[in-house]
Ligand binder design. Structure first.
Ligand SMILES: NC(=O)c1ccc[n+]([C@@H]2O[C@H](COP(=O)([O-])OP(=O)(O)OC[C@H]3O[C@@H](n4cnc5c(N)ncnc54)[C@H](OP(=O)(O)O)[C@@H]3O)[C@@H](O)[C@H]2O)c1
Length: 263
């Protein structure tokens, strides 16, 4: 994993222990990038994690003078997730007024009928990215920022709550995210945590879904129709709703939630 500090930013997140810090995984594109952009516009020091990095976020951070650290990490391997957790813990100032972690990185693949779902590596990578890395990064934040106003938002999916043929792996990982978040909320009543379904958002993930094989994904026509009829939410609109949501006084009181309840 490499660390990329934006030299244009006035200070790293370590520089001011009284400022809130936000952490967003999967911010190189899609919903995560839109969430990160909103934090940058709000002036909230930000740490992001993904394999790639976003030049859009670099430019925005420079424009707004917001501290930004983009960590490059492969969260689909145990080693990558472990190293990312260690690196993240080192970047979190010990006495924070407020810490926000949004575990957003995820994959919908492999999309496959269960009888063809035989690639153990692909399944394992998806579970490591969607579930294991989320737990490891949460642990890192809990240990490093235990005394702060700590808000943890795990990006889940309606697929974790309703079965979808062809999405055996994706549904199982998001159901795991939901249950893990419920456990986290019970263990740590001082930490506000929620698992949020973001709706159907116009990102690369939707492109992957629309490109899947109808033999593996019987709902293909429905998803293509949503796109054709302009019924996907924009990442920016969704990110704005999510930032309002995570700032609410009652954030965390509903542990399993859906952003469409607030639009
Ligand atoms: N879009 C929707 O309609 C929808 C609906 C329900 C839930 N969600 C959830 O929303 C979240 C964001 O999805 P999205 O639609 O924005 O997807 P996306 O456009 O595919 O973006 C996924 C993000 O995750 C990162 N990522 C993927 N593999 C990674 C890896 N091995 N290590 C580290 N980071 C990795 C990607 O960065 P790199 O490739 O650079 O690593 C990217 O930044 C996901 O948890 C998804 O399940 C999306």
């Amino acid at each position: 994993m490499t660390s990329n500090h934006d030299s244009s930013a006035p200070a790293s997140p370590q520089g001011n222990s009284t400022a809130p810090v936000a952490i967003v995984t999967g911010a190189s594109r899609g919903l995560g990038e839109a969430l990160a952009a909103e934090f940058i516009r709000a002036g909230t020091p930000l740490i992001t994690l993904a394999r790639g990095r976003s030049s859009t976020l670099d430019t925005l951070a420079k424009q707004h003078g917001t501290p930004l650290t983009q960590l490059q990490a492969d969260l689909s391997t145990p080693q990558g997730a472990q190293h990312a957790g260690e690196q993240l813990a080192q970047l979190i100032p010990p006495a924070l007024s407020r810490c926000i972690l949004i575990n957003n990185a995820g994959t919908v693949e492999p999309i496959s009928n269960s009888e063809r779902l035989g690639n153990a590596t692909a399944i394992s990578n998806a579970f490591t990215l969607n579930v294991t890395s989320l737990m490891v990064l949460t642990a890192a934040v809990l240990r490093a920022a235990a005394t702060t106003d700590c808000r943890i938002l795990n990006i889940s999916s309606g697929a974790g709550r309703n079965p979808m043929p062809g999405w055996g792996v994706y549904c199982a990982t998001k159901a795991a995210v939901d249950m893990y978040t419920r456990v986290l909320a019970q263990e740590h009543p001082n930490v506000r945590a929620a698992a949020l379904a973001p709706g159907v958002v116009d990102t690369q993930m939707q492109h992957v879904i629309r490109s899947s094989d109808a033999r593996d994904f019987p709902n293909l026509a429905r998803f293509r129709g949503l796109h054709e009829h302009g019924q996907l939410a924009s990442p920016t609109d969704t990110a704005r709703l999510i930032l309002q949501y995570i700032s609410r006084d009652d954030f965390g009181t509903t542990v399993l939630d859906d952003i469409r309840n607030y639009s």
